[in-house]
Design a protein around this ligand. Sequence first.
Ligand code: ACM
Length: 264
Amino acid sequence: MKVAAVQFCPKFKDVETNFNFLFQKSKEIDSELICFPELALSGYFFLSKEELRPFAIDFDSTIIKEIQNVSTSTGKIILFGFPEREGDRFYNSCAILFPDNKYSTKYRKTHLFYKERFIFEVGNTGFFVVEYPEKDIRLGIMICYDWRFPEAARTLALKGADLITCPSNLVTKIWHNVMPARAIENKVFLLVANRIGSETNGGETLHFNGKSGIWDYNGNLMVTASDESENTLIAEIIPQETRNKNIDQFNNIFLDRRPKYYII
Ligand code: ACM
């Protein structure tokens, strides 16, 4: 199965331009799964709910439906970050769109980073895996700062994920040290679609550092991008290879767990 991570620079507060980019790239890229960064539709650095409000959308909005139509007509799984509005609340969400739209859903970021707490509610979807029979893939999702919590990837893996996708707007560089460990300890493929560029608001600038990557379940970097240029990474994965958690004739990394000793 071919999977793609799209690294680009979303235009802050320009939903139309970003939507056109997502729409075109989703049609063009020759891959069965395409993942765009966190908040790809709007840009990142909002400082208040009032500032975000005009750019936030409901999950059943036309914009989501249009990308859903691309997924259905091309047979591709498409993920992208967007600011979700539900009534008066906002979530930092990822749309997860499957060709058969009865599987399509959203994930709401569980762990909020930095000033996100002034805008978004903490996510309430929890970590879940979507099993998509047509492609025999079990897909898990976490967003950006969720990476800091090994429980996120662990939960997804214990729930059966073959591939963990992580749409991101990463501002540090240390995450590159950790992603291979998440892949190894869970024996899963891991895909990070990070953004590039910078945004300034309220006199503060955030730099987003690219270097998107796809790791195999032994923690090997299959493909990566530079820290500043637009890029589409594509890797070929065999999701079924992650399901047997044996690592030799005696050890199975899930059956060998001793959860009663992990309680504090
Ligand atoms: C992040 O969670 N955007 C670093």
